[in-house]
Design a protein around this ligand. Structure first.
Ligand code: MCN
Length: 778
């Protein structure tokens, strides 16, 4: 196994810069002669714009221009590009309702940009926005997917009958039906996966810059990768991707919601072109809540057919996904491919059928958010698995063990056609059971009861597909040598918290043998037009890491002839090790950095147009124990064991950090986070006063361990980890909460398990209503 210097290296290369305030965030960029933008947003969830009068705003102090939907149309801007293409039932196409950078005659969610005010200062732009007068003619409002699907529901887009943008199916419906017909027992779970707001640390920001001579745009924006974002912005502007550069350094996090282009970017670029000045916009946290993509918001029904021995014969899942007012670029991918690419989880199940209906509503569009569909599928499945075990009175660990895909069956093709490369699910489960002291839980439960607490235990044995999104044809890795012996790595996958600067350097250094500190990573630069998937789908380690590894190996090979020339030897006599080319059996050598200096440009490599590595399937077993105070509803996670198979690990410290972050993010969603809309389409939880972000200490007693089964499908042997924590933790913690609540008579309960809802569920159960806190109806 390759060594990456993993545990020996403490900290990350990027940390010093950020901890000492030297990181350049998007809002830090400043341009000569820049003007400032402010977006006036719709305060109505669904209305026609009967009239819009910006004349008073235009004469306010400092105001340079006010752009509206009419200006966008007059400039010939195009609708935002079609979402990643997905097919529905019978090969039908998804419907992509038109969405423009500023609303055209009708608004469909609170927060939709209606006008862009440009002024000499941000405050002047904001003041002037208040002087714009709009007459709205209100229209009926739909907030939930189940309401949008109801017969006779109002239609939100002329082009979307029944508000259904896609009716997706996967698996084998007939075989599944037949298995259900012969089952000894069937189990059904109806549940709701609540809506969340992404909330990266830095609110979204962007500056549009236009160069009239070259007719090119530069967009400085919070991005997870310049590639698809550049293509989307170019499509909006009606130009080619070569004419657009997306540029960023630090972006303050992403979590999936900075993968896609946003409407604001088209308006800022248009303003920059029309005014001949850079136009900068920095959003507020309040805007993050209504203008950044949100996520999840899915009703689901999960069903299992069991034989008499507790083996799963078949499973069936139906999802009603709320995609919001428009279909975001990743909106359909996450609610189709990412629901079926691990459809039967870690279990050996011969028949599965999935139907996902994607519906538009009058809410903020939903898109990828850490896990991007996989936590939803994992939740639907792993909650069902616990329900099955409960229904037949079997230990949930034993029920799982009985149904696992055996190690001998890899590679293992699931019903939807995806193939798991490798794994050892039983060993992972075994390690987690041991580390969590599974068998002595009853004792801990009794101890807790003596203290007046309800103790519950939950488990998930998750699997997810990493690197499944094919949003770019290949991952370009560009490696150049600098005259000072340093190496610059370039890619369009943006590092936004995952430590790529360190881990990609480790990969390259493991081959080239240069010191880690000599390597720097550049992404999303002005003078480079690169092709790569953005950072997402936990693909960077295996996708780009593999590209960097292979590129480095190619560089070493390319240096053989040069080293032979430099050492005046024959190439057959040269060997390379630990950063040096050496004449075999002698001490005559030349370091690779020195060789690169001697032959400038000759050891540089632009690694592109090469096949991408395929998806691989990290998996794990998570076990949580919670304690609930029935008097107050306060729920605490008191123990958490995560055993994960991420294949070969490049950097243990970073992987552990990613797992901790992901597990805490999942815990935050289960225990509190929720974007709540009232029936009029107004977001009620639009500030951190109403929307509880998870804190570092949320997951008590957290132990993160690995059980690596390296994959042969990429040269690193790595599997992704960036989202695994969320995918594993959500069902695991909810299973623990429900296990604890069962003792108080609660039969069904939907997230979030916040203090008030947990307390109410216990009170309702006492009053004879054991499922009163279930959100979705079967
Ligand atoms: N790694 C490793 N060994 C492995 C796998 C990964 O050392 N076997 C390292 C990688 O080299 C990388 C890190 O772990 O430094 C995460 O790698 P990977 O699983 O490839 O995921 P990505 O780098 O592609 O990150 C994407 C993933 C996603 S999709 C979201 S969303 C997310 C996340 O990562 N958003 C984050 N983690 C985040 N972390 C922070 N701090 N901020 C975000 O916005």
């Amino acid at each position: 196994m390759t060594s990456f210097g993993g545990n020996g290296f403490k900290g990350r290369l990027e940390d010093g810069r950020m901890l000492t305030g030297r990181g350049r965030y998007v809002s830090d960029w400043a341009f000569p002669n820049q003007a400032f933008g402010y977006f006036l947003r719709s305060d109505r969830p669904h209305a026609e714009i009967a009239s819009l009068d910006a004349s008073a705003a235009r004469s306010m102090p400092g105001v340079i221009a006010v752009l509206t939907g009419e200006d966008v149309a007059a400039a010939g801007q195009k609708p935002m590009p079609a979402a990643a293409p997905m097919k529905g039932r019978g090969g039908s196409d998804q419907i992509v309702p038109p969405r423009f950078s500023l609303a055209q005659k009708r608004v469909r969610y609170v927060g939709e940009p209606v006008a862009l005010v440009v002024a000499e200062t941000a405050a002047q732009a904001q003041d002037a926005a208040e002087a714009i007068s709009i007459d709205y003619r209100e229209l009926p409002v739909l907030v939930k997917a189940r309401d949008a699907a109801a017969p006779g529901a109002a239609q939100i887009h002329e082009s979307v009958p029944g508000n259904l943008v896609l009716d997706f199916v996967g698996g084998d419906e007939e075989k599944t039906k037949a298995a259900f017909a012969r089952a000894a027992k069937t189990v059904k779970l109806v549940a709701y996966h609540s809506r969340v707001v992404g909330n990266p640390m830095e609110p979204r920001a962007a500056t549009g810059v236009y160069d009239p001579k070259a007719d090119t745009y530069q967009l400085y924006a919070t991005t997870q990768g310049a590639g698809p974002m550049r293509n989307q912005v170019a499509a909006m502007l009606g130009t080619t991707p070569e004419k657009v550069r997306v540029i960023a350094e630090e972006v303050g996090g992403g979590f999936g919601v900075r993968f896609n282009a946003y409407p604001e970017y088209g308006a800022l670029c248009l303003a920059a072109k029309q005014l001949g000045r850079p136009v900068k916009w920095v959003s507020t946290r309040s805007e993050v809540f209504v203008a950044d993509e949100q996520a999840r918001d899915i009703d689901h029904t999960s069903e299992a057919a069991l034989d008499a021995e507790g083996r799963i014969l078949a499973m069936r899942f139906t999802y009603l996904a709320n995609v919001g007012a428009y279909l975001a670029f990743t909106g359909s991918f996450i609610n189709t491919v990412n629901l079926v690419n691990v459809v039967s989880g870690v279990y050996d199940v011969p028949a599965v059928f999935v139907n996902a209906k994607l519906l538009v509503t009058n809410t903020v569009p939903t898109a990828a958010y850490r896990g991007a569909g996989r936590p939803v599928a994992s939740y639907a499945l792993e909650r069902l698995i616990d329900e099955c075990a409960h229904a037949i009175g079997m230990d949930p660990a034993e029920f799982r063990r009985r149904n696992l895909v055996p190690k001998a069956k890899f590679p293992y093709k699931i019903v939807t056609g995806f193939e798991y490369d490798c794994g050892d699910f039983e060993a992972v489960l075994g390690k987690a059971l041991k580390e969590s002291d599974w068998n002595s839980f009853e004792k801990r439960k009794k101890d807790a009861a003596r203290r007046g607490k309800l103790r519950g235990r939950g488990m998930s044995t998750y699997i997810e597909a990493t690197a499944s999104g094919g949003f770019a044809p290949y991952d370009q890795a560009h490696i150049t040598w600098d005259q000072d012996g340093g190496i610059t790595l370039r890619t369009a996958s943006h590092n936004h918290g995952q430590g790529h600067e360190t881990t990609l350097a480790q990969v390259v250094c493991s081959v080239l043998g240069v010191p880690l500190e000599k390597v720097r990573l550049r992404t999303s630069e002005a003078d480079y037009h690169m092709t790569s998937n953005p950072t997402g789908g936990s693909r960077t380690a295996l996708g780009l890491g593999s590209a960097m590894l292979l590129a480095s190996q190619e560089i070493v090979k390319n240096g053989m002839a040069l080293a032979a020339e430099a050492l005046e030897s024959s190439q057959a006599d040269i060997e390379f090790a630990s950063g040096n080319y050496r004449i075999k059996g002698t001490d005559r050598k030349i370091g690779i950095a020195e060789l690169a200096r001697k032959y400038p440009g000759k050891l540089d490599l632009d690694y592109k147009d090469r096949p991408k590595v395929p998806s691989t399937f990290p998996n794990g077993c998570h076990i949580a124990e919670v304690e609930i105070d029935p008097e107050t509803g306060v729920t605490e996670i008191v123990a958490y064991v995560a055993v994960d198979d991420a294949g070969t690990i490049i950097n243990h410290q970073i992987v552990e950090g990613q797992m901790q972050g992901g597990i805490t993010q999942g815990a935050g969603h289960i225990l509190g986070e929720e974007a709540v809309y009232d029936e009029h389409g107004q977001l009620l939880t639009g500030t951190f006063m109403d929307y509880p972000m998870p804190r570092a200490g949320l997951v008590g007693g957290l132990k993160v361990m690995d059980y690596p089964v390296p994959t042969a499908t990429n040269p690193l042997g790595a599997k992704g980890v960036g989202e695994a924590g969320v995918t594993g933790s959500m069902p695991c913690i909810m299973n623990a909460v429900i296990d604890a609540l069962r003792a108080a008579g609660v039969k069904h309960f939907d997230m979030p398990a916040n203090q008030q809802r947990v307390w109410r569920a216990i009170q309702e159960a006492k009053a004879g209503r054991p499922g009163a806190l279930a959100v979705a109806q079967g």
